[in-house]
Design a protein around this ligand. Structure first.
Ligand SMILES: Nc1ccn([C@@H]2O[C@H](COP(=O)(O)OP(=O)(O)OP(=O)(O)O)[C@@H](O)[C@H]2O)c(=O)n1
Ligand SMILES: C[C@](O)(CO)[C@H](O)COP(=O)(O)O
Length: 241
């Protein structure tokens, strides 16, 4: 159902917020996992570059932890300027980082939608970006997601399994794209109750969030072994480009 309040988009109507303020505990490197190189460039750069290539995207705001700010001001300064990225401080939780990014764009009248995209997802395709942007314009809130690929089990207290019907289960990806007023309201009402993504906050204030089927290649770099998988996916994508 088309959103009656949506206005016809003009280039730059989306602000992308890239939370990059984590520490990559599960990746286990001595520095932020987002600094690991993929095809010679840091992971965060690939994520931001794919958004920069979209004419719908105007501002790109990246939230960076205090401990990484020197690296972004020095080592990565050229890459940050090249992609015209605005930096803000990261927060304790991912939601705090996103909220800091929102603070920078909330009063900008050219921003109609916000796309929140993990800086740890370097492989999102242009086709998926276009589809989730289009869906957000139609509905006000849309996220990339991919159906659960395997059998799903629930463990009881003795670690005995029951099987969960997976037919309507999806894995949430990013970008997650929202009409800016909805995301601002969601964060105004957010009282720190844990949420692993922004769609959950928007749902909590009563808006339906549309699932847009996206490629499972849009992985989040979480564990160190994900880097080798990302290299293989990138090679395949480059080969088919
Ligand atoms: N306080 C935080 C925590 C996470 N993130 C960002 O949110 C994205 C998804 O988070 P995740 O993959 O969990 O990254 P980390 O929190 O860095 O990883 P870990 O949980 O293993 O420490 C990443 O781009 C990460 O940098 C953030 O901006 N601020
Ligand atoms: C936002 C997210 O990437 C969507 O899949 C995910 O929820 C982040 O979760 P994590 O616990 O930080 O891995």
């Amino acid at each position: 159902m088309p959103d009656p309040n949506s206005r016809p988009p003009v280039p730059g109507y989306i602000a992308a917020i890239l939370p990059a303020g984590g520490s990559g505990q599960r990746f286990g490197a001595s520095e932020n996992k987002l600094f690991a190189l993929l095809d010679g460039k840091p992971i965060w750069y690939h994520a931001a570059q794919r958004l920069r290539q979209q004419s719908a995207v105007g501002r790109i705001v990246m939230a960076v932890a205090a401990s990484d700010q020197d690296a972004f001001a020095n080592k990565f300064q050229g890459l940050v300027s090249e992609l015209q990225i605005e930096l803000v401080s990261g927060g304790k939780e991912r939601t705090d980082s996103v909220q800091n990014g929102l603070g920078l764009v909330k009063d900008d009248p050219s921003v109609q939608y916000v796309a929140v995209h993990d800086a740890a997802r370097p492989l999102v395709s242009a086709a998926d970006l276009n589809r989730v942007f289009d869906s957000a314009i139609q509905t006000g809130a849309a996220i990339l997601a991919t159906p659960i690929p395997g059998s799903v089990k629930r463990s009881d207290e003795n670690q005995f399994a029951t099987t969960v019907d997976r037919r309507d289960l999806w894995i949430a990806l990013t970008p997650q794209v929202f009409r800016i007023q909805w995301l601002l309201q969601a964060y105004e009402k957010y009282r720190g109750r844990p949420a692993t993504d922004d769609a959950e906050l928007v749902q909590r204030i009563g808006h339906a969030v549309t699932l847009v089927r996206g490629s499972a290649e849009n992985i989040k770099i979480t564990h160190s072994e994900d880097l080798a998988i990302a290299h293989a996916i990138l090679q395949r994508q480059n080969h088919h480009a």
